[in-house]
Ligand binder design. Sequence first.
Ligand code: GAP
Length: 512
Amino acid sequence: MTQEELFKVLVAHCKEYGFIFPSSEIYDGLAAVYDYGQMGVQLKNNIKDYWWEAMTRLNENIVGIDSCVFMHPKTWVASGHVAAFNDPLIDNKDSKKRYRADVLIEDYLAKIEEKIDKEVAKGRKRFGDAFDEAQFRATNPNVLREKAKYDEVHGRYLKAEEANDLGEYKQIILDCGIVCPISGTANWTDVRQFNLMFSTSLSNTGATDDKIYLRPETAQGIFVEYLNVQKTGRMKIPFGIAQIGKAFRNEIVARQFIFRMREFEQMEMEFFCKPGTEMEWFAKWKENRMKWHVNLGMGEENYRFHDHEKLAHYANAATDIEFNFPFGFKELEGIHSRTDFDLGNHQKLSGKKIQYFDPETGESYVPYCVETSIGVDRMTLAVLSHAYTVEKLENGEERVVMKIPAPLAPVKVAVLPLVKKDGLPEIAQKVVDELKYDFSYQYDEKDSIGKRYRRQDAIGTPFCVTIDHDTVSDGTVTVRDRDTMAQERVKIEDLRALIDKKVSLTNLLRNL
Ligand code: GAP
């Protein structure tokens, strides 16, 4: 199965087992908007808990807030979103489909890279152990031709991006012969800027100055509450403010399931520090955030940093943590050193003094800020795509198992009476009563035990507890491990400790 086919299977699995549904599906859905089902919401909440506790409990100097989606319209002028939160869009006149001009060019460049990689793979096959990749790349005529093409287009693209030259974007698309995948034609409109913020009106008068925006990031809620939190919390620099909440972007290219949505959730932390110390904090947060990811056990090799060469005007350092999604390494989290850009601009536009008075040195300054920002939905997709596993069993059958990190699993334990009689359901109920205060659980007495195990594997339940006839006489149950399928006999009173060891969020946090 190709990665693309596998991704389609994953999307279908997420729907079939109650993780994620296309929103308003009975009306044929809404592009790039998804609802979380009974399993998805628990997984998402567990991810949020892991992030929230790691930020606000493990760091004495980080506090959390919950600010509103609606904010004063000047917020978005100060943040630069009104002027510059744009994507360059282009329409194909024949198919009437809309694309991001930069994405069309980047996809074209990615295809050239793919061609080069294929040539290299062919070379490796041909020369075997004697293969010298560096020499091959430097001398093979096909590779050199493709590389020259790549460098030429890439150079033009970077210049166009730097100069915000929309005409040049279109010229590159035409020169490279990039066509619409639907119509197959190059009958393109001019490229124009499209602001990604959704707007609505605060009152029903329809006056244009009533226009307010749905926040495109949660960060600005933190910046406008900086003074309140610093004063009421008597926070001393350096300190951080964390927030989890919804954000909205009118994405032109909405694709790859929950990777890029129009309504999504962010977990953002703004860390305020003394000017001049920001690089030290930037390095610390890079390390801290990577540790948080790797601690989940989804394979260190599946993460990498991508440092930005071209920085946004407000940043003096930026990196992405990329994850190995089924469609390749892509941004999962952004870490930016945002200088005093946001607080400084809010100070200017609001006319309120937003400064920190350092009691030790007697100076006042606008703090600098290092931001860590991760999408909850993108993190959910990382977990789901890594978890999806198809295994061949000894009896020739296949099982689909979601190897979700146990502390994040939606359901931690399934309680299964072997049969629906002989007092076994009654004992199972007692087991449920013993476990339900600590763990999310499912009780299931329908179908064969094998089928019930498969159902739990498909939603990623780390433990299945089976109550059988021996339970009646000796008070022990069978505990089956999701990943190894190994079974052990355990006393009912020992169940809680055994399950907790593997699924506890506390233990996960302790490892950080
Ligand atoms: N405050 C900084 C900020 O918003 P960003 O790189 O635009 O930076 C941060 O977004 C994170 O939010 C991304 O790394 C990604 O995980 C998530 N994100 C951004 N746009 C998204 C979208 N349309 N759908 C889902 N997640 C998104």
